[in-house]
Write a protein that binds this ligand. Structure first.
Ligand code: ZN
Length: 429
């Protein structure tokens, strides 16, 4: 499904459903809008249950101020309008009260988005609008003032957040990555001192990608193994999104077809919508013509070349493991048998390694010790198949959450060496 072909009614209803289903707003809070080419604003209605909203509930406020729809427009329509007037490049606004960003708004702080590249690349610096009565022209003026300064995402004092974008998907990606950033920072502060990307690291990351050459791809070249892998990989990417292991715009999965070829997730297609045909084939370092592969393809290729047993590779930023990556700590798998058996010793790698030191990356990630925390960039895992890599990712994220939660009840107690030796014997580790 391509958003570009959707009517604003459908796109708004679908995106609001997504925000509500992933607990990023309540039944009463949150509103989204799209400014169309005629200058009309399509917006979610006031006083309609967010859990049951349908496309026909969306309201259109015409350029002349007349309202077309079954309901009145959202009571926060004035600030949507004010943002569009302040910034002609913004054509969609997402406003909601997601918990982590509300926490920042109550603490009168903005999240430092240099915590990881997606948050920074998507949001840049975040603005802060002083308090105004919800729905008032005064609040609209205060929010619009922040957007006028050039901020694309603004925390609203003691209220929530407002993100703008060139279209709804762009605004939603900002909103989703900023809430992830807020959550990860709150968790990171419970386990250590957050570290942030330096200007040099940001420059290096942006320059590190070189576009590979392309080869002509024809569907009749497809072997049965490729078909199977396309279906399975697409299924797991969507599941990873549902399980909150990936965001709409981030997270890379790849799977090996043979010694020269693998499939990898595209860039920057919405992870929730990925279909088998969207995956990109990479053969001998060349990419299927007309497709945009994930930026991690060079790192994945190096790992496949160095480790013939590795069949699947995952990069992800699930919130709890991401918190460890922000404080530059390994997830301690010595505390839970399941973690130790499935994930082994987790490595900690400097931010730069996954961009420019593929040798170290390939030596670190093996089937014996398949997981690494990448400083300020989430985690990377390898597996003997797609299912095992996915399972390891889930286990790692659950372990990270348990360890973070144990900090407020006295801290975690690692297993003794004797217990670990016993595990190694029992599971042939
Ligand atoms: Zn609100």
């Amino acid at each position: 499904m391509n958003y570009e072909y959707m009517h604003p009614r459908d796109e708004l209803a679908l995106t609001l459903e997504r925000i509500y289903n992933y607990k990023m707003t309540t039944t009463s809070g949150g509103n989204l809008s799209i400014l169309d080419d005629n200058g009309d604003i399509w917006i979610t209605p006031a006083r309609v249950d967010k859990g049951q909203l349908t496309p026909k509930d969306i309201v259109c406020v015409r350029k002349d101020g007349s309202v077309d729809g079954l309901h009145p427009p959202s009571s926060e329509f004035p600030f949507h309008k004010a943002v569009y007037e302040a910034r002609p490049d913004i054509r969609s606004v997402v406003h909601a009260h997601p918990m982590a960003l509300v926490a920042f708004s109550c603490a009168h702080k903005v999240p430092e988005t240099k915590a990881f590249p997606t948050a920074w690349n998507s949001n840049g610096k975040v603005g802060f609008a002083p308090y105004g009565v919800p729905g008032s022209a005064d609040l609209g003026a205060k929010i619009a003032e922040e957007f006028r300064k050039g901020f694309d995402s603004v925390i609203l004092e003691n209220h929530g957040v407002c993100c703008g974008g060139r279209n709804l998907q762009d605004a939603f990606n900002r909103f989703e990555s900023l809430e992830l950033c807020g959550k990860a920072l709150i968790k990171a502060n419970r386990i250590g001192e957050p570290g942030f990307l330096t200007e040099e690291q940001i420059r290096m990351q942006k320059k590190s990608y070189c576009k590979p050459a392309a080869f002509e791809y024809a569907t009749d070249m497809m072997c049965i193994k490729e078909k199977e892998l396309r279906c399975e990989l697409a299924k797991f990417v969507k599941r990873g999104y549902r399980q909150r292991l990936l965001t709409g715009a981030t997270g890379t999965f790849s799977a090996r077809i043979d010694e020269d070829a693998f499939l990898i997730t595209p860039y920057p297609l919405d992870r929730q919508m990925i279909q088998p045909e969207d995956l990109v084939m990479v053969r001998k370092g060349k990419v299927q013509r007309g497709k945009n592969p994930s930026r991690a393809l060079h790192a994945h290729r190096a790992i496949y070349e160095a480790n013939p047993d590795v069949q699947c590779i995952v990069n992800a930023q699930p919130v709890n493991a991401l918190a460890f990556s922000i404080v530059h700590k390994k997830v301690d798998t010595y505390s839970i048998p399941e973690s130790y058996v499935f994930v082994g010793n987790v490595a900690l790698l400097p931010f730069e390694v996954s961009f420019n030191d593929y040798e170290r990356l390939s030596e670190t990630l093996t089937l014996k010790n398949p997981a690494a925390v990448l400083e300020n960039n989430g985690v990377m895992l390898v597996g003997r198949d797609i299912l095992s890599a996915f399972d390891q990712l889930e286990v790692l994220e659950c372990s990270a959450e348990a360890i973070i939660d144990s900090q407020s009840i006295g801290g975690h107690v690692p297993m003794s060496q004797e217990t670990i030796d016993e595990l190694c014997d029992a599971f042939n580790l």
